[in-house]
Design a protein around this ligand. Structure first.
Ligand code: GLN
Length: 504
């Protein structure tokens, strides 16, 4: 039998249903893997000591003849931005060290109801600010492909856990690329659903108009299975979309069977020329497009003239919203409190926020409060919102001509730890291709497209679709995955030297 930890969630689920393995075995195998490699990878901030107990409960229900949901008994890693009642939720920050939530995030509640077994909470940049997981207050996560490199961010922990076989599935959150960019640099699949498709209730807010929770997996089909569980209307989230969604898992099956490729119009953005990407990234992108073209897709050049302003607009809108969302960490209501003998309430708040927040969080609070201040509001925040509208119009006019848009997911492969940490602007520019989707609320997927010829590291291709058309992404993503995995003779992760044959 294939090693349990190497099975996809769908394969595991099938073995569980057939009774070939138990959830306790599946869960224990992942806990063993975590014990063996996580000292190096640091994907987890907290490992669930009740995981085996939960798994046993699922096994008992199955043994008693109960009909269980499709992924029941499959272990799941959860980004620490999502609150959980039985494990601490820190969002990667010191200010929330040890914080226990009185309720579960809706996505966590839905995952539990579907019988998924929480393995633990994954590492992330503090409050999801970053592209490398180096801004975590609990030390960086390392890329399982090369431990000297970043796993992407902010959800580097979820992506690294899935890539290193420390979890078959994970939940992430994506405000400007934090699911898709880590997927790109770790050879995994990441999806940011349509804004409002998945509840944000219990997702510790970074920027409320941009945040979206979504799946991090090894296959497009697994992501579809997970999105089918977590998506859908939630009365606790005022921006949650009230509609029935088609099955994303079904869309992935159709895509893998080659349905929908003939005549599919794929837009390539003329304002994102190859010169903006590492050569190996651009090459991999073009090879992917050629594959799809050979199956009957049509590649069409489109123009999105305002994409080049997306990073600038995002880094005004995001800090503005974040500075307001983070105001609640006031030393009174949540988490840490630094006592100041003889000090005023303000002294305590200020000492707590000074000690509790890391440098990137402080930088963004300063940026955000400045952008929102009287006298500057129109010049900065107001202008950024106008640019946001222009980007939404770019998408609308592009989607009048094409079904999906394709871009490389990020400009480069995984960079070295420490390489960009002292250069915020270089870090921000990483999100060039992922940010437009958040500003417009449209869904995006990153699917592994191969290894870069320049450095042998994984590369992802991103597809974007109109809002509500997530299923289209699953179809095209699964189609490409199917074609590429055939070429590779197996999953991309099988080709990572560091991942095969042990801890490194
Ligand atoms: N890297 C981006 C940022 O630093 C995106 C983060 C995210 O998606 N949470 O804001």
């Amino acid at each position: 039998m294939t090693d349990i930890i190497r099975m996809t969630a769908a394969e595991l689920a099938a073995k569980l249903t057939e009774g070939e393995i138990s959830s306790v075995e599946a869960t224990q195998a992942h806990l063993d893997r975590i014990a063996a490699v996580d000292g190096d990878v640091n994907a987890y901030l907290h490992v669930n000591d009740a995981a085996v107990e939960t798994a046993r409960g699922i096994d008992e229900r199955r043994a008693s003849g109960e009909e269980l949901p499709p992924l029941a008994g499959v272990p799941l890693a959860i980004k620490d931005v999502l609150v959980t009642t039985d494990m601490p939720s820190t969002s990667g920050s010191k200010i929330l060290e040890g914080f226990m939530s009185p309720y579960d995030a809706t996505v966590v509640a839905r995952a539990r109801a579907a019988g998924l077994v929480p393995l633990g909470k994954t590492n992330m940049d503090e409050f999801a600010m970053g592209s490398s997981t180096e801004h975590s207050a609990y030390g960086p996560t390392r890329n399982p492909w090369d431990l000297d490199r970043i796993p992407g961010g902010s959800g580097g922990g979820s992506a690294a856990a899935v890539a290193a076989f420390e979890a078959p599935l994970a939940l992430g959150s994506d405000t400007g690329g934090s699911i898709r960019q880590p997927a790109h640099v770790t050879g995994t699949v990441g999806i940011k659903p349509t804004y409002g498709a998945v509840s944000r209730y219990g997702s510790i807010a970074l920027a409320s108009s941009l945040d979206q929770v979504g799946p991090v997996t090894r296959t497009v089909f697994d992501a579809g299975l997970l999105q089918d569980i977590i998506a859908g209307h939630d009365v606790h989230d005022a921006t949650s979309i009230d509609r029935e969604w088609p099955s994303m898992a079904r869309a992935a099956i159709e895509g893998a069977a080659g349905e929908g490729l003939k005549g599919l119009k794929i837009g390539v953005v003329k304002e994102l020329p190859d010169s903006g990407f590492q050569p190996g990234v651009a090459d991999s992108f073009h090879q992917s497009l050629a594959k799809l073209e050979a199956q009957g897709a049509e590649i069409v050049e489109i123009s999105a003239p305002h994409f080049e302003y997306a990073v600038a607009a995002y880094y005004l809108i995001l800090p503005a919203e974040a500075s307001s969302n983070l105001a609640k960490f006031d030393s009174v209501r949540f988490g840490m409190r630094v006592e100041v003998p003889g000090g005023t309430v303000e002294d305590v708040m200020s000492a707590t926020r000074d000690a509790g927040f890391g440098p990137e969080v402080k930088r963004r609070i300063i940026l955000g409060t400045y952008a929102l201040s009287a006298g500057y509001y129109d010049a900065y925040y107001g202008s950024a919102q106008k640019v946001r509208t222009l980007i939404q119009r770019d998408f609308a006019s592009a989607f009048a001509d094409v079904d999906v848009i394709a871009t490389p997911t990020a400009p480069t492969t995984a960079f070295k730890l420490g390489e960009k940490i002292d250069d915020p602007l270089a870090m921000y520019l990483n999100d060039l291709t992922t940010i437009p989707a958040n500003l417009a609320g449209v869904p995006g997927i990153s699917v592994p497209s191969g290894l870069s010829a320049d450095d042998g590291l994984p590369v992802g291709v991103q597809f974007l679709a109109p809002a509500h058309e997530d299923a289209r992404l699953y179809r095209v993503g699964a189609a490409l995955e199917h074609l590429l995995v055939d070429d590779w003779g197996g999953p991309l992760l099988d080709r990572a030297p560091a991942l095969n044959g042990g801890a490194r």
